[in-house]
Design a protein. Structure first.
Length: 210
């Protein structure tokens, strides 16, 4: 990549070569909860209806202000939220022959679509097949963002679309402490209305579910 994810990749290059990470110093932006591996954060911004997908991809590629300015932050490590805070990894040759990285982070309280809930993002699901190699950026995956507005939930997605934009790097996998970390960003779209969101500065450090 050519923008702000690169410094994080460089910081983690030595740790990635060992395939294990025993220190999370490189993810200090996720402090102070690194110790308990409950960190999931990204920024999102709805793109203008006049912006085409090609224009959005170009903006993401150069990290333009049109996708990075005036964004809203989402943090998924909500207290007592365990049912919808999960990272699963399948190694190649197991249940999924190519391996799998699956992340589900969603605010449990929004499942009922409480009328008092403020409009906005309620969470994100990420599925990547095959399981990414440590430190290798992948460009295809399914990222689904749930968004509540006027008491209705809309799903914005990037379903392995080669004409869209998706970037994810698994920066560390510590099988001793059972954690995994990474960075991601994407463009997600509502296939019905055509509305698009830019997902930027995504980072996770989570316990691997058994």
């Amino acid at each position: 990549m050519t923008f702000t994810l690169k410094p994080l990749f460089a910081t983690l290059a030595f740790a990635a070569s060992t395939l294990l990470l025993t220190s999370c110093d490189a993810l200090q932006t996720l402090a102070p909860a690194v110790q308990n591996a409950r960190n999931f954060v990204f920024h999102f911004k709805e793109l203008p209806s006049t912006m085409t997908m090609n224009q959005a991809i170009t903006a993401m590629t150069v990290h333009a202000t049109s996708v990075t300015s005036n964004t809203t932050e989402y943090r998924g490590n909500k207290e007592n939220n365990t049912q919808f805070f999960r990272l699963r990894i399948s190694q190649p040759g197991s249940a999924t022959s190519q391996g799998l990285l699956e992340i589900k982070v969603q605010d449990a309280t929004t499942q009922t679509l409480d009328p008092n809930f403020s409009p906005g993002v309620t969470g994100l699901n990420i599925d990547v097949i095959p399981l990414p190699q440590i430190g290798t950026e992948v460009e295809f995956g399914n990222l689904l963002m749930s968004f509540v507005q006027q008491n209705e939930m809309t799903e914005f997605e990037n379903n392995n679309d080669p004409n869209s934009y998706f970037r994810l790097t698994l920066t560390a996998m510590d099988l001793t402490n059972n954690t995994a970390s990474g960075v991601f960003e994407a463009i997600v779209r509502d296939p019905v209305s055509g509305r698009m969101f830019a997902i930027t500065d995504g980072e996770f450090h989570m316990t691997i579910s058994q």
